[in-house]
Design a protein around this ligand. Sequence first.
Ligand code: SF4
Ligand code: ZN
Length: 289
Amino acid sequence: MEHLQNQVVRAIKKFRMFPRSEKILLAVSGGKDSLALWDMLVDMGYSVDGLYIDLGIPEYSDVSGQKTQNFAESRGLVLHEVSLGKTYGVDIGHIARKTKRPSCSVCGVLKRYVMNMVADRHGYFAVATGHNLDDEAAVLMGNVLNWQTEYLQRQSPLLEAKPGMPRKVKPLYRLAERETAAYCVLRGIDYIMHECPKSEGATSFTHKEVLNRLEAESPGSKDHFLLGFLRTAPQLFPQSSSDDGPELQQCTRCGQLTTAEECGFCRQMARAGLDSLALFDSSVSPERN
Ligand code: SF4
Ligand code: ZN
């Protein structure tokens, strides 16, 4: 347990993710990674509130939401809840069908939007997610296989804040999945063991399987692959000071900063016949003690 916490401390320090004095928002799914991270950070004295996004997926969302609420209640922690199911009576699959896009891509737009909005409204210094070594190595493999240089350039445990977007951090990037699972068992944390049903057939799972086979043949491969990339990335992709990014304007519907007239989330919801502004009406955001 000490080793695992040390790895998280190392990650936070190396990338100067956040100081102890700042308030952090952690995206929590009810799974082992996000709950283990919440537990570790609070144990280490950080000020961390949770954000749970209910995707309305039958059975899966009920269980994951319950596990998250139980964890927060048992430790007296603040949990923000934003619910697709309660707001619209639909699940993420409904939006995917209406917009003819994969569920995970629709989900990505929704999650990024909600994280940005909640962090902005409540003034959080950074948003943390529970991405671990296996997740990040699989993403890296996908980016390399497709030579997605733009994504490679942005792949980092720390993304600095930009207008309309809070700082994003991944303090678990040095820990493997089985390590966070072991942490949960040792700490008695009850987490949802099932994967999201929409993840079936995702290429990231194939990449994880391939990396697991490499790891079994040659222990340390995942570490070398990801940590080696993170060490080399600054030389591969030196920051261009002249790159200020595209010009941003306020979304005419919700006010979020965006490059187009309406932001991607409002456009996605409109295509699904849903009112994007209603999403936060049924959300629960308790006050901090
Ligand atoms: Fe969202 Fe896809 Fe992950 Fe499920 S598997 S939580 S739909 S990104
Ligand atoms: Zn918008």
